[in-house]
Write a protein that binds this ligand. Sequence first.
Ligand code: HEC
Ligand code: HEC
Length: 433
Amino acid sequence: MRLALSKIKSQLFSTLICGLATTVMVMGISAALVPLAQGQPDHRVGLADNREGYESEHYVSRSEAIIEQNGQQLSMASEPHAHQLGLPKLTHPLRANEIDLGRQLFFDRRLSANANLSCAMCHVPEQGFTQNELATPVGDEGRGGRRNAPSLYNLAFQQSLFWDGREQSLEAQVWSPLLARNEMANPSKEAVLKRLNAIPTYQAAFAENYGQGLTSQTLGLALAAYQRALISGNSAFDRWYFASSQNAHSAAEFGAEATRGFAVFQQQGCHACHTLTKENALFTDGNFYNTGTGLLREQRGIMPKRVQVAPGIFVTPRVDVETETFIDNGRQEVTGRSEDRWRYRTPTLRNVALTAPYMHDGSIQTLQDVVTFYVHGGGQDPNQDQRIRPLDLTPTEQRDLVAFLHTLTADNVDALVADARSIEIGDRDNSRH
Ligand code: HEC
Ligand code: HEC
């Protein structure tokens, strides 16, 4: 499937309200491919168009079109991919065919009720498998979500899912976005299964992988297989900290600023929650804490703000009062305990330089601003964790800390993008359902 951007754009504008996230996605991809066309280094992640004048409807993108899907597939089930420096051993086997099926589903817009949203539109590979452009995503028919889309790297090692930890299993988790009214908006599991079961390539692939058809269970298994394979370690930090022989090369690559920044990270107790051990570093303990972001959000007001989704086009996401309020109590919604109000799961810091904006509500734009947030003692909520308190850090120490956070980007992030773009997006057999 090859589509000119102009064609996609005109389709989008005519169906703007049900395709908001699509627009964002198109901008993301097209922008990301520009440097390739100009023969610059093949680094696609995190790149975006020059946004000068973006608020005008006369804004012209430097990108011409979505070029063909020409990425190189990774062998994600292979030993070197499964075992990367700095990460624990996988407990789950990775199977190539199952990953292929999951990848196909992840990019298929037919998974949503209006065939307008795929998983990848909120978890954009070029944008660290999250969305860099929106603090909180816009789903079906312009309905707004209340939380920032988390990045999907290294889910295989995560004990609980979502910012409030309400789900444990990746297999079961898929039904949450599929059925949420403000995400993919399917009316029922049966409706999804019926639609996908009518597509011959899926019938065949599910039979081959599971010896049975597409069921609520096998759909979860396939999507989980792809997501679990998004393993991404071996960063400059890992090569410096975990390599068996620390050598001059890894030290030089890590750099003096980051070395000082890592010392700050430990001295200031960041590692109490963003943990690491002698063997590996997930940079999260999987627990839930109040850092004061809930109070700040309440002080700002709870209704969604106007967002820009395309040149000259601003919308205020719709909120369905009956299905979703913008009140967010965090972990308390799962445990019912009042002390868990505004506690959120510690996010991993791996690949954090790619996954802006930050925090459960996407309220902080840059890593420098996150550091400033901590220096000011978080949100200064009397109920926040005692360890979040004002820090005495010089501007240089703050810059060093940010430099350290930048060394946590894995060496395979571009390869994972290329792998994602190795497939045609959905609709292989051109059947529309
Ligand atoms: C409309 C945007 C949107 C779409 C479409 C979407 N997601 Fe998400 N995803 C989110 C948001 C927002 C969250 C965080 C929700 C929360 O914490 O309550 C999330 C959370 C997740 C998580 C938990 C990650 C973690 O670290 O805890 C996984 C896994 C995930 N999504 C996978 C998927 C899959 C698979 C699909 C397709 C079936 C999908 N998402 C479709 C927005 C989206
Ligand atoms: C008490 C536990 C705790 C400590 C100590 C802590 N953090 Fe955090 N960190 C969290 C939690 C919880 C969040 C998510 C808060 C939210 O979403 O509202 C977070 C979010 C972040 C984020 C944003 C990540 C993302 O993907 O959104 C960064 C970056 C970060 N912390 C860095 C640090 C640094 C640097 C320090 C030390 C100065 C530190 N943290 C200390 C618990 C902690």
